[in-house]
Design a protein around this ligand. Structure first.
Ligand code: SAH
Length: 240
């Protein structure tokens, strides 16, 4: 992993968010830990991405990669993957896991906006999952993603909608009732409606191709992709 400790601290970051993920980072690859939901949704999102754009041989960057669940799974599909995040600990865990599995991913501690300046237009695919709801200025991350992708390339986002149902499911249900996530994982004010996300995506010069809902059935404990975008959702975009 390359580190850029000497760079000035980027402004579009909430240090308490990074701390939250760093504190739990050692459990990132434990499928029964706080990261269980990410492990469970990963095959669904990976399949969806790979259907939109077959990953083999593609140059991919994963923004806010954390411990590397999605990044490594895309590399396993023979994509050339870079993962960036601002949590040292999460990146160390990601690096160690990749050493263990032998699935190579280039991890780097750098802000999305900074790597977008250095590597503009170099990627076939950009993914940014479950991250926008943890940053002060999601529009700036979306712009960085749009800069990183080549013309004709694809960008994928996922986040959480903002409405009473999302509050009930993503905060009360997941953090308090089912205790799937630590209390305080999510902040309702930072949730993003599909209309807001679509506007930011368009402002960044991308075109929205498709939107999918992702829901969790607490009785069967199964996640599925469908058309219900009321809580968790994913968006696929193209840079014209
Ligand atoms: N994208 C991964 C991890 C999601 S958890 C997945 O879906 O599996 C959210 C991640 O975003 C954490 O690893 C956290 O450190 C990272 N993050 C939060 N704010 C960030 C920022 N401003 N820049 C880069 N990464 C950030």
């Amino acid at each position: 992993m390359q580190s850029t400790e000497s760079r000035p601290i980027p402004s579009n970051v909430d240090p308490s968010e990074i701390q939250k993920f760093s504190d739990l980072a050692h459990r990132w690859w434990d499928p029964s830990s706080e990261f269980k939901p990410l492990h469970e949704i990963n095959p669904l999102r990976l399949e969806w991405i790979n259907n939109v754009v077959p990953l083999a041989g593609k140059k991919v960057i994963d923004i806010g990669c954390g411990g590397g669940i999605l990044a490594e799974s895309m590399a396993k599909r023979k994509a050339l993957v870079t993962g960036i995040d601002l949590s040292d600990k999460a990146l160390k865990v990601a690096d160690l896991h990749s050493l263990e599995t032998g699935i190579q991913v280039r991890y780097e501690k750098i802000a999305a906006e900074s790597i977008a300046e250095k590597e503009a237009g170099q990627y076939d695919v950009v993914t940014c999952m479950e991250m926008l709801e943890h940053v002060p200025d999601p529009a700036s991350i979306i712009k960085a993603c749009a800069r990183l992708v080549k013309p004709g390339g694809k960008v994928f986002f996922s986040t959480i909608n903002r409405n009473p149902k999302a509050y009930l499911f993503a905060i009360i249900g997941a953090e308090y009732v089912l205790q799937m996530l630590p209390k305080g994982t999510h902040d309702y004010e930072k949730f993003i409606t599909p209309a807001e996300l679509t506007q930011d995506i368009r402002n960044a010069g991308l075109i929205v191709d498709a939107m999918k809902g992702m829901s969790y059935n607490p009785l069967t404990q199964i996640y599925s992709l469908n058309s219900d975008t009321s809580v968790n959702y994913l968006v696929a975009c193209t840079r014209p």
